[in-house]
Design a binder for this molecule. Structure first.
Ligand SMILES: Nc1ncnc2c1ncn2[C@@H]1O[C@H](COP(=O)(O)OP(=O)(O)O)[C@@H](O)[C@H]1O
Ligand SMILES: O=C(CO)[C@@H](O)[C@H](O)COP(=O)(O)O
Length: 529
């Protein structure tokens, strides 16, 4: 038995570009952190920013085995950092949402019989019926989205039932596409996991259930009844209920860790595995988001999420089950063209340097002389638009701006203005007491945060650590281990609050309110075209 004061908790985040881990103490202080970057540390899988793009510009996947290999590498790195795995009493994880992992017939048996003598990827190669997992960046399933919507009477009905109208990246339409186009592989599939429940399955040495929160990102889960919707399962693919397994509340204590990790890394056989969830729900936990606040995650995608007491029907954006409170919900808005689009313009305008990018940004005035730019490298989710769109003060369309400075500010302002317009469209208006809490890799950049603060006319706060999803997973490990003994907010009450990083300038709303109105008109025009 590990004495209470020496207990530690492990949290992992299998996100788009890397697998990260954090070890926290019993009072939730960070002890160790590390990561494996897919492109650099696993070059043999030939990913770009963690994914592989199909020739049609719509299909986006990641090699499932790369994720498996990354897990052994990550645990080895933690061991080298000095982590004593025998002190880890519980672990949990989080992952990019919506992606699917396809376990072939016999994979469950292989998971139960892993030998600690060889690597996971050597033992699991050949056990995936689809080798390249569809991921959240995929936009190839419009037809299947329409089929799911039609099965329940239309987009509004699907949104009321599952929290979202049909979205291309959601797992339901992805499953339908594979069942329709690759029926042999579909029939040879024993189990379909989300990326989060796949990560959990590796630790459990058995198929782990999908949790309610990440399950809400599939267009198959009834968020009111907390169960799969049979009409949608039938419209999606044959025999799907058995392939998905029964969903469970987030932070369910699922059982003991697989002997593989006990023998290979020195975990105690009593270490508990707590259900894993999606990265945005886990970030909500890691940020200790409170009702009234708005969280903005600036990772590969830019996402916005808010605490929601009661579900309501959104045609833009998503309602998910809340990961820390079984009776509550959360709202999620996802913008696909986040960090990778900022990187493209940084590379074009600022010689691959964030410092130069920030200098260009700061050399132009707020409002950018009336210029507005909207940049969508890939088919955007909100709004459903692609390409670069530049407008001057007179709303005339331009093929380029006069300077790099204007281009950089147009990008950064355009991204924040779009966020505000879509948050308002979803029915949320920030109050004078509201806070914006930021997380994700790009939240390190204070110049980006200043623009966000001005556009929303709201102060921006940040926690010391940018990777709140993996931190949320570590907190959920303790939450799950304690079961009903403490609520999540009791558990995290003593953690330091986020610190203020930016406040809006006095004239912010005067500058940006009209630009939000202009954005709405511009998007209407672009969509019409
Ligand atoms: N100083 C910075 N300014 C702007 N963006 C940054 C900065 N540092 C890192 N980033 C961005 O953070 C992104 C990675 O964020 P992260 O949250 O780790 O991604 P994910 O969890 O989706 O894998 C990178 O694509 C990079 O562009
Ligand atoms: O699709 C969504 C949310 O709906 C994305 O937010 C993914 O969950 C990927 O997250 P990051 O890797 O960008 O954090």
């Amino acid at each position: 038995m590990v004495p209470p004061s020496e207990r530690t908790y492990l949290g992992l985040d299998l996100s788009t570009q890397q697998l990260k881990a954090v070890v926290v103490s019993d009072d939730l202080q960070i002890l160790h952190e590390t990561q494996v970057q897919f492109d650099n540390d696993l070059p043999e899988f030939r990913t770009h920013s963690g994914v592989c793009r199909g020739g049609d510009n719509k299909t986006v996947t990641a090699p499932t085995l790369m994720w498996v290999k990354a897990l052994d590498m990550l645990l080895d790195k933690l061991r080298v950092c000095g982590v004593d795995f025998s002190k880890v009493v519980a672990l949990s994880g989080t992952a990019q949402q919506h992606g699917s992992v396809w376990w072939a017939t016999g994979a469950g048996k292989a998971l139960k019989n892993l030998s600690s003598e060889s690597f996971l990827h050597q033992q699991l190669a050949g056990y995936f019926s689809i080798n390249d997992s569809p991921v959240w960046m995929d936009s190839s399933t419009t037809k299947q989205c329409q089929q799911l919507e039609a099965a329940v009477g239309g987009p509004e009905q699907l949104a009321a039932l599952t929290g979202s109208r049909g979205y291309e990246r959601f797992t339901g339409s992805q499953i339908a596409k594979i069942a329709q186009n690759k029926s042999v592989a579909y029939n040879n599939t024993e189990r379909i996991s989300l990326v989060s429940s796949f990560l959990c399955s590796l630790f459990l040495g058995d198929y782990a259930p999908i949790d309610w929160s990440d399950g809400s990102g599939m267009n198959l889960f009834d968020i009111h009844k907390k169960d799969w919707c049979d009409t949608l399962l039938e419209a999606c693919a044959p025999n799907l209920r058995t392939k998905l397994g029964e969903p469970v509340p987030s932070y369910t204590n699922l059982g003991s860790i697989s002997p593989y990790f006990v023998e290979r890394f020195g975990f105690e056989s009593t270490c508990r595995v707590i259900a894993c969830t999606g990265d945005n729900p886990a970030s909500l936990a890691g940020m200790q988001l409170q009702p009234g606040d708005m969280a903005v995650s600036l990772g590969t995608s830019d996402t916005i999420f808010l605490w929601l007491e009661e579900p309501h029907t959104l045609l833009e954006g998503h309602v998910l089950c809340n990961p820390v409170d079984k009776n509550a919900f959360m709202t999620l808005l996802c913008f696909k063209n986040g960090s990778l689009t900022r990187e493209r313009l940084r590379n074009n305008c600022a010689d691959e340097s964030w410092q130069l990018f920030n200098e260009l940004l700061e050399s132009t005035p707020r409002g950018n002389f009336g210029n507005i730019g909207l940049y969508y490298d890939e088919q955007e989710i909100l709004p459903f638009v692609i390409g670069d769109h530049r407008f001057n003060k007179a709303n005339e369309k331009l093929s380029r701006f006069a300077s790099k400075e204007v281009e950089v500010r147009a990008l950064v302002e355009g991204q924040s203005i779009a966020k505000r317009a879509h948050v308002e469209e979803a029915g949320f208006i920030l109050k004078s007491t509201s806070r914006i809490l930021v997380t994700g890799g790009a939240s390190a950049n204070k110049c980006l945060l200043q623009v966000l603060s001005d556009v929303f006319n709201t102060p921006v706060y940040r926690l010391e650590i940018a990777n709140t999803a993996m931190l949320g997973a570590a907190y959920q490990a303790k939450h799950g281990l304690l079961g009903g003994e403490a609520t999540f907010s009791e558990l995290t009450a003593s953690l330091p609050p986020p610190t203020l990083v930016c406040s809006p300038y006095k004239d912010a709303s005067q500058i940006y309110d009209p630009m939000v109105t202009r954005y709405r008109k511009i998007i209407e025009e672009i969509v019409k075209e």
